[in-house]
Write a protein that binds this ligand. Structure first.
Ligand code: PRP
Ligand code: URA
Length: 205
């Protein structure tokens, strides 16, 4: 797991954690964090040499080797998608909907539909929270079933338990997080964490 160590990201994650942060601010901060994460999350993408004719001469540049697909996990992942799209407007967006069952903490898929061709693409899964890891593991399993192979997972806060579970399930998928927290509590919430990211993003508390 790569923890993205940047003063601006640290500043915004700290403000995000604050229980008095408004819904409006929360969304804005997540957007901002996503934007700041893009360069590091995409740093290892393959490029291919590409000829280009400038107004002065022919030269060679580099273009991304494959189309990029971002997969926001509904609901909370939506708050990260716009930040990624600002820097990568050509990306395809494939949504997946899961919610954690509050008793079992198991993910329940309610929108598995990502009708795109993943086979020759780079795919970045977005979800602010990696807690038990169940939702991320299931999302990546579904995407692999649909042919995705070059995957990355980007989150804002990860618990060590979720990071470990994800690594065991999908050792081939790198994880990028803005913060690695202490532990999960008995209800499966990340501590110190920020509470329920979906509810705080959409004002549904
Ligand atoms: C949150 C979060 C992740 C999941 C993480 O979503 O956005 O998807 O919990 O928990 P896990 O690692 O233990 O699976 P939630 O199920 O609350 O749905 P929401 O985004 O609709 O609020
Ligand atoms: N999902 C959240 O939104 N927050 C947590 O702390 C754990 C799972």
């Amino acid at each position: 797991m790569t923890v993205l160590d940047h003063p601006l990201i640290a500043d915004r994650v700290t403000r995000l954690r604050d229980k008095d942060c408004s819904c409006e601010q929360f969304r804005l901060l997540l957007h901002n964090i996503a934007y700041l994460m893009v360069p590091q999350v995409t740093a290892q993408l393959d490029t291919i040499p590409t000829p280009v004719q400038t107004p002065l001469e022919d030269t060679e540049g580099r273009r991304l080797a494959r189309p990029l697909i971002i997969v926001p996990v509904l609901r909370a992942g939506l708050s990260l998608a716009e930040g990624f799209l600002e820097l990568i407007p050509e990306a395809i967006v494939a949504h997946i909907g899961l919610r954690r069952n509050h008793e079992t903490l198991e993910p329940e898929v309610y929108y598995p539909n990502a009708p795109v061709d993943f086979s020759d693409s780079d795919t970045i899964v977005l979800d602010p929270m990696l807690a038990t890891g169940g939702s991320a593991i299931e999302t990546v399993r579904l995407l692999k079933e649909q042919g995705a192979s070059r995957l990355r997972f980007a989150c804002v806060i990860a618990a060590p338990e979720g990071g470990e579970a994800f690594r065991s399930a999908h050792p081939d998928v790198p994880v990028y997080t803005a913060a690695l927290d202490r532990c999960l509590n008995e209800q499966g919430y990340i501590c110190p964490g920020l509470g329920d990211a979906g509810d705080r993003s959409f004002g549904t508390i």
